[in-house]
Design a protein around this ligand. Sequence first.
Ligand SMILES: [Zn+2]
Length: 292
Amino acid sequence: MYECHSLKRFLRLILLDILVFSLCGAFFLIGKNLFALSVEKSDDEPVFLPVIMYHSVFGNSPEEYIATPMQFERDLAWLSENGYSSVSARQLVDYTNNKDTLPEKCVMITFDDGCYNNLSEVLPLLEKYDMRAVVSVVGEYTDVTAVNDPHMPAYSYLTWDDINVLIESERVEIGNHTYNMHSFRGDRKGCSKNISETEEDYRNILFSDLSRLQSEIKEHTDILPVVFAYPFGFVSDESVPVLRELGFAVTLNCTERPNYITHNPECLYGLNRYNRSGLYSTEEFMRKIFGE
Ligand SMILES: [Zn+2]
């Protein structure tokens, strides 16, 4: 009788152990799945990406589109001290296609027009602060203007040799800023569509201009840009199919707002940018973007 009672008690204890063990296992699996779900969710959160637009960097007299090398260095120091890493356009493309990650705090640094000082003044500072940038060139400035008056930091443009030095540094990615539409001609502002022209005429003009510069960049550097910067930020909806057809995956405008990058490649068309006017101090400019 005593033995029988002990046996029943023993069996009850084993059953209890099995129950407790099973419940622990179940809670562990549920917890693990919940944790996995929360990680996945946070990975899908849009990434805050401010894009800064510079032009010329030289001298001691800052203007709306000229920052001094000292201002540029202070900007890089501020970004670095506050934990920001610069990203390239190709990195953004890879991120949206789930092929790469982005730093927790990222910023994109861009230069328009292809000024020679982007090599003489900017590149050494990018190297010093371990940063990257996108330099979007105007074909005619490089083909014609740069050749006639090369290598004056105040006003020269990048030659093809200069552009290759930038590419070889692996700190600069080259973008397209039109071959010959960086102007105000008649009703046309930059590469936007004239009200008077047909969609087909506009398409042909834009395609011809942009493909000319794409071909020249490919010929001189063996690289085909994926980023396009709209001259003066004038955007026409009709330009988008042409840009897609030519393989551009990132386009840059001049609306001063931040961007939120997702895993949808469409979010890279029309990235907003903040013009880095030389008329602000680094602190004033960064407060405008980051509010810090
Ligand atoms: Zn420009």
